[in-house]
Design a binder for this molecule. Structure first.
Ligand code: NAI
Length: 426
């Protein structure tokens, strides 16, 4: 059997085998991605997994990705157009983190390369930290701890409260917000939330119609909204003025959501009892850079360096989550949750071949593909198509027939507008 770069040719008697075996798929994992990723891939039969500790400078990446089918990175590797051009075999980019702005998403999409990430693997970690902070703030622990460090003994119950029975106001009732709500209820808090979308309330949580109404009633306000033009500075002077006197404030969402000057003022005037802030409008680029913020030095403020989601468990589960997305895309074609690519959820294809065809979204591609199949006398048993404004992703399940061989795949690849095509074996 002669092998080519992307498929294997048939002999007269053996069934056609198009896809590369997993043992010949090259996976490169950079930046010390958690071992769970490599373990998941090895268990699934991907034996060519190379692990590197740090991020590579562009010159080294250009070398390293030449034969890579799947590139795994975290936030420090810049996947530029040059890197994409240097990796002709690249099938997908796997970001073992939340953010994907280190990848040129548009250039990747234009080349038919989906980008995957792990948006929810650290949800629980953030929720746990927020709950801990709610407890510490209602007990005035940040101030008591700061004073103890200076030798002052502030043993007093004044202004210290249990969270039980207090109201928690969640702004943004998505993945993290709902988890925070469930954990808070387990501690006996009364949970209220405000979201721009209508959301199913979990447990006994109560939706509130407006942000203002939520701010008026909550003993603790916690933000879990995305960064967007709509949420930019959503907590400014006006919003802090609406909060209950003596309430606590938590932000572990995005730094741009809060006007820090307004928060400092509310804290210094004693309108808020304290705050816990994990994210900032400007954050140091590395652990070697100084953290600069007007919040520094305020005793009633817990400052953390954007570690809401940074736990071993989160890293472990990110490793598994993204590796599983790679395995699914490679072996089944499913592109669910790709951030730059049409999303197709696919059933297994036992007993049939499966064409994965990525093309520019232009008229005539499907007709041309179908013509190749009908000329070969092949029976199509399933077809799935998703498009966005730029590209189309069509998946065609078909039964093998005499005459459908690697040359037919070449014909499919030469259909006008094709970006990439491969066929999965049954
Ligand atoms: P999500 O997308 O599941 O939930 C966000 C919710 O906010 C959605 O229900 C959405 O409808 C709602 N929303 C959007 N705009 C709103 C507005 N103007 N007012 C009220 N609600 C609004 O997101 P997820 O996963 O819960 O993450 C929430 C935030 O946490 C994000 O900003 C994310 O970047 C941040 N995050 C922070 C981490 C950390 O280390 N501190 C780690 C992980 C996420």
């Amino acid at each position: 059997m002669n092998s080519t770069s992307t498929e294997e040719r048939s002999t007269n008697s053996a069934p056609v085998r198009f896809s590369r075996p997993r043992t010949e798929i090259n996976v490169l994992l950079l930046e010390g991605i958690h071992q769970s990723a490599a373990d998941t891939l090895l268990e699934a039969g991907y034996s060519q997994v190379v692990q590197r500790d740090g991020a590579l400078p562009e010159a080294e990446i250009l070398q390293a990705v030449r034969d890579t089918h799947y590139l795994g990175i975290r936030s420090r590797t810049q996947v530029t157009e040059r890197v994409l051009d240097a990796s002709p075999q690249l099938r997908a980019i796997c970001c073992y983190c939340i953010g994907t702005n280190q990848v040129d998403l548009v250039a990747a999409r234009a080349r038919g390369i989906p980008v995957f990430n792990a948006p929810f693997s650290n949800t629980r970690s953030v929720a746990e930290l927020v709950l801990a902070e709610a407890i510490l703030l209602l007990r005035d622990i940040p101030r008591k701890s700061a004073l103890a460090h200076q030798g002052q003994w502030m043993k007093s119950a004044t202004g210290a409260f249990e969270v039980r029975g207090k109201s928690l106001g969640i702004v943004g009732y998505g993945h993290i917000g709902t988890q925070v709500g469930l954990l808070a209820e387990a501690l006996g808090m009364r949970v209220f939330f405000y979201d721009i979308e209508t959301k199913l309330a979990l447990g006994n949580a109560t939706p509130v119609r407006s942000l203002a109404a939520l701010l008026h009633t909550a003993d603790v306000v916690t933000l879990h909204v995305p960064e967007s033009p709509d949420t930019r500075n959503m907590m400014g002077h006006g919003a802090f003025a609406k909060m209950k006197h003596g309430a606590a404030f938590i932000n572990a969402s995005r730094g741009t959501v809060v006007d820090i000057g307004a928060l400092v003022e509310a804290l210094q005037e004693g309108r808020l009892r304290g705050a816990a802030v994990d994210v900032f409008p400007e954050e140091p680029k590395s652990n070697q850079d100084e953290f600069i913020s007007p919040l520094r030095g305020l005793d009633n403020v817990l400052l953390t360096p954007h570690v809401g989601g940074s736990t071993q468990e989160a890293q472990q589960s990110i490793g598994v989550e993204v590796a599983e997305k790679l395995i699914k895309y490679d072996g089944n074609g499913s592109s669910v949750s790709a951030v730059n690519f049409p999303q197709v959820s696919l059933p297994p294809h036992a007993g049939t071949y499966r064409l994965l065809h990525i093309h520019q979204n232009q008229p005539g591609v499907l007709a041309a593909l179908n013509a190749v199949f009908s000329q070969s006398g092949v029976n199509i048993s399933g077809q799935y198509l998703q498009t966005d404004d730029q590209i189309g992703y069509v998946v065609i399940d078909f039964e093998a027939a005499d005459g459908f061989d690697a040359e037919r795949l070449e014909q499919l690849k030469h259909v006008d507008g094709t970006l990439r095509a491969r066929i999965l074996n049954p």
